[in-house]
Write a protein that binds this ligand. Sequence first.
Ligand code: AMP
Ligand code: MG
Length: 418
Amino acid sequence: MNSHSNLSVGEAQARVLQCVPSGGIEEIPLERSPGRMLAEDVRANRDLPPCDVSAMDGFAVRSADLTCGGAVLTLALDIKAGDRPQKVIAAGECARIMTGAPVPPGADAVIRVEDTRMPSDRRVEITLPVKAGNDIRARGEVMKNGDVVLAAGMEITPGVIGVLATVKRARVLVRRRPRVAIVSSGNELEALDAPFDPERIPESNGYALAAQIQAQGIEPARLGIARDDPRELADILRQGLEYDVLLVSGGSSVGAHDHVRPTLEALGVTLHFWCVKIKPGHPMAFGTRGERLVFALPGNPVSSMVCFEQFVGPALRVFMGHPRPFRRVVAATLAHAVRHRPGRTEFVRVTLRRNADGLRVASTGMQGSGNICSMALADGLLIVPADSEGLAAGAAARVQLLDGVGFEEASEFMGESS
Ligand code: AMP
Ligand code: MG
């Protein structure tokens, strides 16, 4: 057997990621950029705040007037946000000031209104001493003109959008998203819009995979269902190879009617591996044609989704320049024993519940690779290591989250050997 024919999950992930090209760069409007990866360093185009401003509604004072622990000052000025005060505050004077308004010349501290009293319209009584700089936001404290405020490679989060708008970037350079195509294969498959026939198998992988891709912000093309016929398959796979990434579900095993692998090879795809020690997931193949990536996923609905999470999702994220391509893994405690025969890394569909001791993990129930309901119920995938002889109730366990929020830099599996 070829050394590439039966890889550990980590070896297979490493092999895939070595082949992922950089997707290139495009310029898009700011409003369309959430979730994208920034492809340029961004600099401040002004000092912010543009001058020293008040952090509170209160009074601007000279701290030297209050060294004895308080004073009664004369109200000399009223300053609102957007004003540009010129008058110098003299000894014994103060100015009413609003949050964000410029501190007038002469004043060097702000006292919030709650710490003052006004015995008359023109008099302000302060009973506390104050240090110079109190409740003042200094010019350039948030950003200084010319400073790099965002670095290439950052994910555009709502906070990053706020910074981009602050530096008036109506358009931004981001990493390109891959174009992804999905082909489903199998004579038995009934399309969603085809007449109902109780003898056939409803085609679901195309939709579930599309949703997994959409969760990465990518709109895939579903090219439809190919019958188990080499010529029909070749026609549709040829179209699929126009895309950056092609996913084929079903027909990738070695059955007499499994034509996907030979057809891909006939179309010039180099297969890098076609067996991974993963459960559910066997068989799973990966190949390339130039910079195009091809994943031949198992037909079983759970297997195709689990393989997507381990191999395709990370590849899409690397293409887009994401520094954290892998699903986040958390520590949890097993609610019950889990049986396992050593050999393959297993991903058990589980629910997670928080209790006083942390996260408690339990199986969603029947775990067949065809039981798509187990995926619908799952909060995550319990990882049973390939060499495990089973996990005991109460044992520490690791669970890959499926909630789509957090991702990690390194995979659990990389560095392991088969
Ligand atoms: P295969 O990988 O083609 O041997 O298919 C394995 C199992 O998955 C079979 O029971 C198929 O009917 C089923 N299957 C294959 N493709 C799909 C699909 N697109 N949607 C739902 N089930 C599928
Ligand atoms: Mg089939």
